[in-house]
Design a protein around this ligand. Structure first.
Ligand code: TIU
Length: 228
């Protein structure tokens, strides 16, 4: 039975029973290093403009989420300046001339404290909103994310950010195994590869929602307006 304070959101593969008080918005890696030229994404050979379509839907969802006074967490992928948390495999992966820790136009690539590592201005966290710095693709690995969520009493997550098949999927799978019900707004996630994006979304909802639910952010905005 849905709680009194819950709202049904039409989604794939079936309605998501949204309980605002116990649902957090988790925005992943909307960093200059992934979305702007000269960063980690471009270093890997990607066309970073592919990701920018997710900015405006995220901006609208974050604004509505803040207005509703609900919990939000921002995550960033990156490493300590001494690279002590960077595995050899991650450092050496790829075939570019530069790698993580090398100097680029936005500072050292994927290093905490550098310009490129920070969140894009459109989605910049407010001072009271926690930022989780993660060394891996998943936001639960080697971070205190789970402690935050447990202490807040969170049982549901709306996960947004980049990229759909890499950090979003890894985090979604981590969250799903930890018992969180996860909803992914399809227009608030993006990939350098549109076909990977499409397939990654299909993988979430296949087999009766094996990893969670997918809908458009307009449906979440409508639910927030109803809850107000
Ligand atoms: N390369 C790629 O698609 N993504 C990453 O390396 N990290 C995230 O997805 N954040």
């Amino acid at each position: 039975m849905p709680e009194k304070s819950s709202i049904k959101i039409e989604a794939e593969p079936y309605a998501f029973v949204f309980t605002p008080a116990t649902c957090a918005l988790l925005i992943l890696d909307m960093q200059r290093d992934f979305l702007e030229p000269g960063g980690f994404g471009e270093m890997l050979g990607n066309d970073v403009s592919q990701l920018r379509q997710a900015i405006e839907p995220n901006r609208q969802l974050l604004a509505a989420w803040r207005t509703a006074g609900l919990k939000v967490v921002h995550a960033r992928e990156g490493h300590r300046p001494d690279l002590s948390d960077l595995s050899h495999s991650k450092k050496n992966r790829g075939w570019g001339k530069t790698s993580i820790g090398d100097r680029g136009p936005m500072g050292r690539i994927l290093v905490r404290g550098e310009q490129g590592h920070d969140i894009i201005p459109e989605l910049y966290p407010l001072p009271h909103e926690p930022i989780v710095d993660k060394p891996g693709k998943g936001a639960f690995y080697a971070t205190d994310l789970q402690s935050l969520l447990v202490n807040w009493g969170i049982t549901q997550l709306i996960i947004t950010g980049v990229t759909t098949e890499v950090c979003v999927h890894t985090t979604l799978r981590e969250a799903n195994d930890r018992g969180y019900d996860c909803l992914i707004p399809s227009d608030c996630v993006a990939s350098y590869f549109p076909h990977f994006h499409e397939m990654a979304l299909k993988m979430i909802t296949a087999q009766g929602g094996i990893f969670g639910w997918v809908c458009n952010s307009a449906r979440i905005l409508a639910a927030l307006a109803k809850a107000a």
